[in-house]
Design a protein around this ligand. Structure first.
Ligand code: GRF
Length: 223
């Protein structure tokens, strides 16, 4: 019998609720999933997601950014020490609300993923759902991408989209987009952990991906 290949060791970095983290934890519980959550790390000691991670029996750590003042390099040295201590290979930013320095980002190039609640490159930054509504877009969604020094930029690994409804509010959109986030983050992590994501010319090519040329037309109307 052949040995199963070892799972890639993943850290999930959070600052709050942790629902994307929970989706990654659930996905990683499957026997055949190619990655394991070896660490959940928060920059906030009161992050709700930390409790969920502990309840799931996972290793957790807190590197409280407030203790470092403006010294981002020192904060990141502590982050890196926690990642090294757990022999982390892939980092998932799941609602991690700290900007990272170019040096830290370079250290994790091609190995650090972020989830953003919009179809990048549209609506970088905060309040994406209210801004999508204000702009009147008909299609909205979420993106998982590799992290580069510029915020909410970097090669796209996976996206999911939905149609915006006339009666949507920022809250109803957020709820439906979050359900998409919970599907595409585990998908993207799986692809990266399996080594199926190739970076070329700043774009991700996915080995063995089926073409998804189904059209999403919004509004779907007769005639
Ligand atoms: C998500 O909407 C994510 O896209 C954004 O921050 C939010 C975090 O939510 N970056 P949760 O902590 O994963 O529930």
């Amino acid at each position: 019998m052949t040995e199963p290949s070892p799972k890639r060791r993943v850290a999930v970095l959070i600052s709050g609720r942790g629902s994307n983290m929970a989706a990654l934890i659930t996905a990683a519980q499957a026997r055949e999933f190619p990655a394991e959550i070896a660490l959940v790390l928060s920059n906030r000691p009161d992050a709700k997601g930390l409790g969920l991670a502990r309840d799931a029996g996972l290793a957790t750590a807190v590197v409280d950014h407030t203790g470092f003042g403006k010294d981002r390099a020192a904060f990141e040295r502590s982050l890196q020490a926690e990642l090294d201590a757990r022999r982390i290979e892939i980092v998932c930013l799941a609602g991690f609300m700290r900007l990272l320095t170019p040096a830290f980002v370079a250290r994790w190039e091609g190995q650090m993923l972020n989830i953003h609640p919009a179809l990048l490159p549209a609506f970088k930054g905060l309040d994406t759902h209210a801004r999508a509504l204000a702009a009147g877009v008909k299609i909205h969604g979420a993106t998982v991408h590799f992290v580069v020094p510029e915020m909410d930029s970097g090669p796209v690994i996976a996206q999911g989209a939905l149609g915006v409804r006339d009666d949507d509010t920022a809250e109803t959109l957020a709820r439906r987009v979050l359900a998409i986030e919970h599907r595409i983050f585990p998908l993207a992590l799986r692809l990266v952990a399996e080594g199926r994501v190739r970076l070329a010319d700043g774009r991700c090519r996915i080995d063995g991906a089926r073409d998804s040329d189904a059209m999403l037309l919004v509004p779907a109307a007769d005639g």
